[in-house]
Design a protein. Structure first.
Length: 240
């Protein structure tokens, strides 16, 4: 009678953070290409007429946002565990997918801007300029938040402590605040009813994320996080 073969442990796959970074970079490049193809007027003698100064400004700010993410990722994706924590895999597995869905639907706003013009009254030059400024403000705030996270996120995770400095001195979720600020600015700048409808989705998904994240952090830090919550607002000082 033969003996059963000895079980062999499968060595864990070596984590390479560049894999996630390359995939994200490819997604960002694809986003820009698809956006331009959507805005192109294929049968027009002036195929790029819709890509005006306002649209170019929106795209430039979007590219800067993408670059900002790629600068941050190598600092927080050092291990698979730190990446999972950063994207919230432990408490909210669905958010990355939901954000991808919202971002994909948001592409239709560029089609509305270039071709459909569903609600022309929303395209008010003063509001569009204000929207670009809000987008830029959100980008600056995101840059500040990400610089802090790049320096302290992995350390805080390894030492099991809260991040309480930098932007976390005032708000509990500064990165989500920057995200919503950028999406609000996008709505104003592009002047599309589709963007405004998607904005409702952004706010709902972020609200749901905040509720789940705070429940997770209460479980991790207990009274320490409850005390942290009492001295910081969620997103906007004096508002929420």
């Amino acid at each position: 009678m033969g003996t059963a073969p000895k079980s062999q442990e499968v060595p864990p796959k070596k984590w390479n953070p560049l894999t996630a970074i390359v995939w994200n970079a490819a997604f960002f490049v694809l986003f820009i290409i698809v956006t331009l193809m959507i805005m192109r007027k294929w049968r027009s003698p002036e195929p790029w007429a819709a890509v005006d100064a306002n649209a170019i400004a929106i795209l430039v700010l979007s590219v800067l946002y993408c670059v900002q993410q790629l600068v941050l990722y190598p600092r927080v994706f050092r291990t698979r565990e730190s990446m999972d924590l950063f994207v919230g895999k432990h408490f909210d597995r669905r958010m990355p997918g939901l954000l991808g869905i919202l971002g994909t639907i948001e592409l239709l706003a560029f089609a509305d801007y270039a071709h459909w013009h569903l609600v022309p009254a929303l395209r008010i030059p003063a509001l569009q300029t204000a929207g670009l400024m809000v987008m830029f403000g959100g980008l600056l705030w995101m840059f500040y938040v990400d610089r802090y996270m790049a320096k302290h996120f992995v350390e805080a995770w390894e030492q099991h402590k809260l991040m309480e400095g930098g932007p976390y001195r005032w708000v509990r979720h500064p990165r989500y605040a920057a995200l919503l600020l950028s999406r609000l600015g996008f709505c104003l700048a592009i002047g599309s009813i589709i963007a405004y409808c998607v904005l409702v989705g952004w706010f709902f998904v972020v609200w749901l994320r905040i509720v789940r994240e705070e429940k997770y952090l209460k479980g991790q830090f207990g009274a320490e996080y409850e005390a942290f919550m009492e001295t910081r607002v969620r997103l906007v000082p004096g508002v929420y």
